[in-house]
Design a binder for this molecule. Structure first.
Ligand code: ZN
Length: 128
């Protein structure tokens, strides 16, 4: 008996890197790449988001749109605190270090000095 079977490097899951990613999969991949919670157009999550492609920023209050600048549908959450949970979805069972927010401030200001620079590789795409 020999060892048979193709070895394709340290890939986690085979076939997960297809070109036809669902929006949710795209958001998931973007999240892994950027290290920030990512969402896709159609999800109802309030907060400040940056387009993962062109870094266009929006202060979203309802349902995430497609990027008005480049058409991207994946957004990275730029706010502080625990990752927001889209309306209609349940919170993932993840261990978060962030304490529960007692009060939510309505006012959100875009202060470039507070935000750490988003490290996005130029030409980042959802497909390899
Ligand atoms: Zn964009």
């Amino acid at each position: 008996m020999g060892t048979s079977g193709p070895t394709r490097g340290p890939g986690k899951t085979a076939g997960a890197q297809g070109k036809n990613l669902s929006p949710a999969q795209g958001a998931q991949q973007a999240e892994q790449r950027l290290g920030k919670p990512c969402y896709h157009a159609g999800q109802k999550v309030p907060g400040i988001y940056a387009c993962v492609t062109c870094q266009f920023r929006i202060n979203n209050r309802g349902t995430l749109p497609a990027c008005p600048d480049c058409g991207e549908i994946i957004w990275a959450y730029m706010g502080d605190g625990p990752r927001p949970v889209p309306e209609g979805e349940t919170a993932p069972a993840q261990a978060t270090e962030a304490p529960p927010a007692a009060a939510t401030e309505e006012q959100v200001t875009l202060e470039p000095t507070v935000q750490e620079p988003v490290k996005v590789e130029e030409g980042i795409k959802l497909e390899p």
